[in-house]
Design a protein around this ligand. Structure first.
Ligand code: AMP
Ligand code: MG
Length: 412
């Protein structure tokens, strides 16, 4: 099989994965989920014309002569229901959010008035009719669709849901995800330190990448490079919607992941992608779900998660924006590149008067995980590039935050 380009591999993954189904959650648990239903307003907001300011509700005709002295006939707080009508020469003291009384058509801010006598107020400035009034239904109209299916539930959306008193709502289900690490050389978290072994960092870095998306994965542990033991572990992993297997997907004599998955009925769609760090990267489907064979190298594993697993999981959970936000930055130092694969360089970001500045985190060896720990983003070096000079503009994919975009945002 040929190597796939980054875009072709992403497209293949996104064509195969499916929405995860729907469940009902309570408002308190809804942050970060995606609505699987429309939401309608259950009343007008505001429910009647209300004051936008603390001040005086007046008739605009009374402002023809300034200053104007008006008689205060009422004192209206938010939540009150005024019954008096404001007549010529009269006004009502009114608080922000309180209903505008009959007769009044304008609110004067308290800062633009003076009170010398009780029950009288002097208006210092005229304003146009309708000033400082929020009209009934200005925010939302009873029965209108205020949120569509596919809306990501942000804190602002939570506020809207609470406004229409949606105590629970239908959202897309999050897939159940399992993580399996493979390799004879790996040392588990609870095992004593052995200088000849490699700590199993991938299970935990992948766990954290999932947790950052709101998914709590199952950690299946470490499978040795033995076809039978591996098959046992993989069988368990294939019970999940998505299985992430770290290591063992190469073509070395101890790399049994791909043939074992195939023996268990998984159809492999690809196992090589032209990215650096990254390949080997395998992707397949079973009758129950999907499997990613991620590279064992710790940085490669995380980079492949970012480029393939994250967009796939976002698609499965109903998100429209699948890709991490990209920004433009200026590279601080000249960087050589080997053409042939799209390369992801770990960079730190800062800002100066001309915009963002990207500085590589140091050695870019795919085994040096500290480069990932220091990185704010992944700078993209397109596959045909032979290098980038200091001062050139580059595209950086941001690694943290909750901002995502519709398009991948860079040239492969
Ligand atoms: P592999 O893809 O199995 O050939 O592994 C490539 C490299 O990644 C080897 O140096 C492994 O020791 C290392 N590696 C594999 N799995 C893990 C893991 N779970 N945590 C940290 N390093 C790993
Ligand atoms: Mg291995």
């Amino acid at each position: 099989m040929e190597y796939l380009s980054l875009y072709a591999a992403q497209k293949c993954v996104l064509q195969h994965v499916k929405l995860s189904g729907v469940e009902t959650v309570r408002l308190e648990q809804a942050l970060g989920r995606v609505l699987a239903q429309q939401v309608r307003a259950n009343r007008d907001q505001p429910p009647y014309d209300v004051s936008a300011m603390d001040g005086y509700a007046v008739r605009n005709v009374d402002l023809a002569q300034i200053p104007a002295v008006l008689e205060i006939i009422d004192d209206i707080k938010a939540g009150d229901m005024p019954i008096k009508t404001v007549q010529r020469g009269q006004c009502a003291r009114i608080m922000t959010g309180a209903p505008v009384p009959k007769g009044a058509d304008t609110v004067i801010r308290v800062e633009d008035t003076q009170t010398s006598e009780t029950n009288k107020v002097q208006i210092e400035y005229a304003v146009p009719s309708g000033s400082n009034i929020r009209l009934q239904g200005e925010g939302m109209r009873n029965g209108d669709v205020v949120l569509n299916a596919g809306t990501e539930i942000t804190p602002g959306v939570i506020g809207v849901l609470a406004t229409v008193k949606a105590a629970q709502m239908q959202v897309y289900r999050r897939p159940r995800v399992a993580i399996l690490s493979t390799g004879d050389e790996l040392e588990g978290m609870d095992e004593p330190l052995d200088p000849n072994k490699i700590p199993n960092s991938n299970s935990y870095a992948l766990m954290a990448q999932l947790q950052a998306m709101g998914i709590e994965p199952a950690l299946l542990g470490i499978a040795r490079d033995d076809p039978e033991e591996l098959a046992q572990y993989l069988r368990r992993g294939l019970e999940y919607d998505v299985l992430l297997v770290s290591g063992g997907s190469s073509v070395g004599v101890h790399d049994f992941v791909r043939p074992t998955l195939e023996a268990l009925g998984v159809t492999m769609h690809f196992w090589r992608v032209e990215i650096r760090p990254g390949h080997p990267l395998a992707f397949g489907s079973s009758d129950k779900g999907w499997v990613f064979g991620l590279p064992g190298n710790p940085v490669s594993s995380m980079v492949c998660f970012e480029q393939f697993v994250l967009p796939a999981l976002r698609s499965m959970t109903g998100h429209a924006r699948l890709y991490r936000r990209t920004i433009e930055a200026r590279l601080t130092q000249t960087l050589k590149a080997k053409p042939g694969r799209t390369e992801f360089v770990r960079v730190m970001l800062s800002r100066d008067v001309n915009g963002y500045v990207a500085t590589p985190t140091g050695t870019q060896s795919s085994g040096v995980l500290l480069s990932m720990a220091r990185a704010d983003g992944l700078m993209v070096v397109p596959a045909d590039s032979t290098g980038i000079a200091a001062g050139e503009q580059v595209v950086v994919q941001l690694l943290d935050g909750t901002a995502f975009q519709d398009e991948v945002g860079f040239r492969e």
